[in-house]
Design a protein. Sequence first.
Length: 370
Amino acid sequence: MQEIQDRPQAGDQQPPPVASSERTDISSSKSNSSSSGAPVAPQGRKNVLSPEPISPSTGVPVAPEGRSVLRSPFSVLQTPAAALTLGTLIRRGAAYLTRHGVPAAEAPTQAEILAEEATGFTRGKLLLHQADIPDTAVVDRLREMLVRVAKGEPLQYVVGHWPFCGAELKVAPCALIPRPETEGLVERILRHPVWRTARFAADIGTGTGAIAIALALAAKAEHRPVEIHAIDLSPEALNLARNNAVDNGVKDLVFCDEGNGASGLAQGRYDFIVSNPPYIASADVDALPPLIRDREPRLALDGGPDGLDVLRQIILDATQALRPGGRLFLEIGEDQGLSVRRLLERAGYGDVVVARDLAGHDRYAEGSLP
């Protein structure tokens, strides 16, 4: 569970843009005037989300004193000749997200991802159609998604699906959003000798099914019948994982079961067990950015007073479920390397390894039974 940087929600107060050395904000065009001299919206902008008057100097809505405006990033013009191109919509969408707290370095990519979802284009095709003028349905869909992100909803939940290790996963608020650090955990398993002979594996706290499905896809590509048990406490998350297994063509390799950790697994059966468990201390969960704390399931975040409650239990229970020589793979918090190493060694694991993620933080721990 990566503790990612949050962006503030767009509510009553409009957050300032976040500076970036990589990308700059794209300013709105200047306003024009009508023949009567009254100010009008800049070409290509119709403020459909706000009835406030337009400022003649800035071309943006003017809110009543004491209230800020969550305005639309763009709108459909009434004549095709004045309509906005796809490229312009994406640039305006990125600027809109930046104005509402999305880091300036991330906003262009997020706007492109939302445009892909609205148009159905791949990234490459999106680039080829920058000069096209989208129809009303596409523009309305893109606008709706931009507003949701601007209000603080995670991009992944807005889009509804997310890539992970070659799989395309449905995501929903009942399960943690898959993150790149967890892809590193999968890669460690696939590089370890235990993978080459594994027949039975378990993924504890499966959530979307990301780890189990990624491993199943690797096994399928190698034409190996690895049976992977995906365990979770949440019925909603298990349903999501089942659907993802079906969608990715591995329903015959991934078996989803409701359970509490590794305690219900068959004794001495598994070649390896993997888990990305809740490992954030309870007090730290309360202090997380709202984008994580208020949007992702606390059950998948809260690891108890010291963040180690679930890890302790999995480490102990896995000693009963693993076969001799079986290996346990864990994702951990960046300040937990030494503590988890001691837990593994005290439980009887050998060949204990604590490894770092690409950011240089302790993120993975593993050990084998004698």
